[in-house]
Design a protein around this ligand. Structure first.
Ligand code: NDP
Length: 481
């Protein structure tokens, strides 16, 4: 059994409790590593180390921080094959995805903020109205970064990079379901010359380690990505201590398809936006709205393509769908098939768990599933499933499409497919989502704000928004002496 350690003050350590959590390989259902079940003493130790480090890290020049962030990005690149294998083993995702998306993006997160801090306005001067005002943005101090299992290193680094780039010191907690690449990141940061204590990684359960972070009086801000229920709990605890919070949470994203779209491009992309990472990307479109004139054509073509998807061992380069993260998540997702049937759904394809033999015998696999015939307000169309299940919903007018798209408590992302860009832009303005893609999906310019409305988010990540979150404004005003 491999042993994952906490990373505190630049050193690898075991938890105070000497208790561990088994890390299971989702594709086989077998444990292969153990991760610390850390408690508040471990978090205390990490916070003390971060506080000490903050004294000097907060005073380093942006050029110095930029250069270290570049070194971390280079370190991720240098170990990209190994990291991609680990990420795939930890999560059950196809190796092709961790190689092409997860690990390159983790490196890009550091590289982007290494550059972005060089041009970001950490200081501004306003001269006029009888005074000179210097407005500075200072790092907050020790901050907590809590991330989920679906894109482990990608999302963990998306928080850590802007936090340390702007001069903060971090207590990070990855999901205990997929902690291995975070452990490797500690080693990379040491080799890159990141001073001890700037990044501390404490592993464990959310209820134990996560709450110890959220409750800690010396942690000034929490950046969280995960489910909406958890986000609300974190917000509740953090608000009692007046901590700053950034919450990136769940989604129930619509893909809106008009008859005049580029059908082939739309179909290729909609397969990806529906089933990439087994449907467990917060940006996946789980409600597909199709204009009536092409509903039957789309349904036939889409179902055919879904049936052709290769499901299997994540280690194989040709695998397109791997395993779901855990037995309990598989049961949750599968539970929605039963709910959908009760609600009167027709299952067009899929709907079953898959039992493989050999190495994958105990793995958590499920068929990609396409459902039709449900009302926009039913549970299947309202609740976040976060698995390989999509629903098809016909619409007959622009107004109806907007209505269906907005009929959710979530507001993370949407895509619109139409050659009529005036119409697509008009709809983008009318639907209540933080990110809207026109004729594309998951195209990301890291300078742009990322986040959702309603139950999907509070605050924005990315670009200036990320650096603004991790800094505190100070105004220094003077008049003539
Ligand atoms: P969870 O909310 O269960 O967990 C996210 C992280 O929070 C984990 O590290 C978890 O630890 C920790 N945590 C759990 N409870 C607490 C607590 N009380 N206090 C502090 N930390 C806690 O989400 P999942 O890991 O299941 O991830 C899936 C969810 O993430 C989906 O809803 C998805 O939509 C959302 N997501 C949102 C994104 C966005 O950008 N908006 C991007 C990606 C995912 P532990 O693992 O031990 O429970």
């Amino acid at each position: 059994m491999e042993q994952i350690h906490n990373f505190i003050n630049g050193e690898f350590s075991l938890p105070d409790s000497n208790k561990y959590i088994k890390v299971i390989e989702p594709a086989t259902g077998a444990p292969y590593a153990k991760v610390p079940d850390s408690n508040n003493k471990d978090v205390d130790q990490a916070v003390n180390s971060a506080s000490k480090a903050f004294t000097s890290w907060s005073k380093t020049t942006v050029q110095n921080r930029s250069s270290i962030l570049h070194q971390i990005a280079n370190g991720i690149d240098a170990h990209s094959d190994k990291l991609a294998e680990i990420e795939s083993r930890d999560t059950g995702k196809p190796i092709s995805l961790s190689k092409s998306v997860d690990i390159p993006r983790a490196a890009e997160n550091f590289r982007f903020f290494a550059e972005h801090i060089l041009t970001f306005d950490f200081e501004n001067v306003l001269d006029g109205h009888g005074s000179i005002n210097k407005i500075v943005r200072n790092p907050i101090g020790v901050v907590g970064c809590i991330s989920p299992w679906n894109l482990p290193l990608y999302l963990f680094t998306w928080k850590i990079a802007p936090a340390i780039a702007s001069g903060n010191c971090v207590i990070g907690k990855p999901s205990e379901l997929a902690p291995y690449t975070a452990y490797e990141l500690g080693k990379i940061c040491n080799s890159a010359g990141l001073p001890k204590g700037v990044l501390n990684i404490v592993h464990g359960f959310g209820k134990n380690t996560g709450e110890a972070i959220t409750n800690h009086p010396m942690i000034k801000a929490i950046s969280f990505t995960g489910g909406t229920v958890t986000g609300k709990e974190i917000n509740h605890i953090a608000s009692k201590n007046l901590k700053k919070v950034s919450l990136e949470m769940g989604g129930k994203n619509p893909t809106i398809i008009f008859a005049d779209c580029d059908f082939h491009k739309m179909l290729d992309t909609t397969i990806k936006s529906s089933f990439s990472n087994q449907g467990a990307i917060c940006l996946c479109g789980s409600r597909i709205l199709i204009e009536e004139p092409i509903y039957k054509k789309f349904r036939a073509a889409f179902v055919k393509r879904v049936r052709e998807l290769e499901i299997g061992d994540p280690v194989n380069n040709s695998t397109e769908l791997g395993a779901l993260i855990s037995k309990s998540h598989l049961e949750k997702v599968y539970g929605y098939i039963k709910i959908a049937k009760k609600e009167g759904a027709t299952i067009l394809t899929g709907g079953n768990k898959i039992l493989f033999s050999g190495r994958l015998k105990g793995g958590y696999f499920m068929e990609p599933t396409v459902i039709e015939g449900l009302d926009k307000n039913c549970r299947t169309n309202q609740e976040e499933i976060f698995g390989p299940i999509v629903t098809l919903i016909p619409f007959s007018s622009e107004h109806e499409a907007i209505n269906i798209a907005n009929a959710t408590d979530y507001g993370l992302a949407a895509s619109i497919w139409s050659k009529d860009l005036d119409r697509a832009s008009r709809i983008a303005g009318e639907i209540d989502f933080g990110i809207v893609w026109l004729n594309c999906w998951m195209v990301r310019d890291l300078r742009t704000p990322f986040g959702g409305t309603k139950k999907s988010g509070l605050g924005r990540e990315g670009g200036d928004a990320g650096l603004e979150f991790f800094t505190e404004l100070k105004n220094i005003c003077m008049t003539d002496v």
